[in-house]
Design a protein around this ligand. Structure first.
Ligand code: AMP
Ligand code: TRP
Length: 327
């Protein structure tokens, strides 16, 4: 029996190299060893305001990104979170298991709610990690491949699963996380002390998977560098380290090898080559995306939901029975 993995990306903002290198790239490899479920988490996306027409497009775009990146619908299941209502239903039940204190310690909520002010953040944004726990626990997920920023949410998921099991008897599998050291945290191009982020204020923070050649060159040219002129992979040069890291992950060259290649060369040479590397990766990726039709992707998503719904429904019935509902 293959172990099961589950992961997802929100259909909001511009998906960027961080999402690819931190998460999706790993899924493509893992789908060969695991029974894989990848979700487009639209219920999570609406925890901050979304324009309905843009959201609808984004959901399809994220699914196309999964496919263009190499997720194979013959091997993996892809579906839209809201097509399986059990996610929201289990989240409600888990809301009664989660405690205010532990929810208030979630750093992503603190960061995200800071932007507009805590008073005006939605209750959904606060509750976001419980919904994520429901996503994971509904499918007896054993491993959750994500970037570093999701670690705290997975720890919460483990806590909720253990607490539920203790109160009502063994129901949920306690999931492990899979965070690959390389790529787990790609930093912003404009500020290497903050992660590359979809919701960044400046578009110079990220390279979107949809950026064209000219934009990529412009962004990399403008990317922050550290003082000095040598191309070295060192902690005291965080901006350069991040750029070398991206170069390394996209070419499968070691960082040491890249240092050697650029010995005696300066930032300008390195950045110009990095732009070539990013373009060489993104061009075929974007071409693949453009070839996938909306109909094709909607068909895959519908079949995906049909496939996983029975798993979710069975788990939810078990939960309802355990807590004393009449099923
Ligand atoms: P999100 O953009 O929040 O929907 O994240 C989708 C996936 O990408 C999650 O697994 C994140 O951990 C991962 N991710 C997001 N930003 C980064 C980043 N800057 N570096 C590495 N992984 C990231
Ligand atoms: N919260 C995750 C993020 O923003 C997305 C997500 C939702 C997820 N549900 C999940 C990831 C379940 C893994 C498993 O990155």
């Amino acid at each position: 029996m293959k172990k099961r993995i589950f992961s997802g990306v929100q259909p909001s903002g511009n998906l960027h190299l961080g999402n690819y290198l931190g998460a999706i790239k790993n899924w493509v490899k893992l789908q060969n060893e695991y029974e894989s479920i990848f979700c487009v988490v639209d219920l999570h996306a609406i925890t901050v305001p979304q324009d309905p027409e843009k959201l609808r497009k984004k959901i399809i775009e994220v699914a196309k990104i999964y496919l263009a990146a190499g997720i194979d619908p013959q091997k993996s299941t892809i579906f839209i979170q809201s097509h399986v209502p059990e996610h929201a239903e289990l989240a409600w039940i888990l809301n009664t298991v989660a405690k205010m204190g532990e929810m208030e310690r979630m750093t992503q909520f603190k960061d995200k709610s800071q932007k507009e002010g805590r008073e005006s953040a939605s209750v959904g944004l606060f509750d976001y990690p419980v919904l994520m726990a429901a996503d994971i626990l509904l499918y007896d997920t054993q491993v959750v491949p994500v970037g570093q920023d999701q670690l705290q949410h997975i720890e919460l998921t483990r806590t909720l699963a253990r607490r539920f099991n203790k109160s009502f008897g063994d129901t949920f599998i306690i999931p492990e996380y899979f965070i690959k050291e390389e790529g787990k945290l790609i930093m912003g191009l404009d500020d290497p002390s903050k992660k590359m982020s979809k919701s960044a204020k400046s578009e110079y923070n990220y390279i979107a998977l949809s950026d064209d050649e000219e934009t990529i060159r412009k962004k990399i040219k403008k990317a922050m560098t550290d003082s000095g002129s040598e191309i070295v992979y060192r902690d005291d040069k965080p901006a350069l380290k991040n750029l070398i890291n991206i170069y390394s992950l996209l070419t499968d060259r070691s960082t040491g090898n890249i240092e050697k290649m650029y010995a005696g060369k300066g930032y300008a040479d390195f950045k110009s080559d990095l732009a070539d590397v990013v373009i060489a990766f993104l061009r075929p990726f974007q071409e693949k995306m453009a070839k996938i039709s909306d109909e094709e992707v909607l068909d895959i998503l519908k079949k995906g939901a049909d496939k996983v719904r029975p798993i979710a429904s069975k788990k939810l019935s078990e939960v309802k029975d355990k807590i004393g509902f009449i099923i």
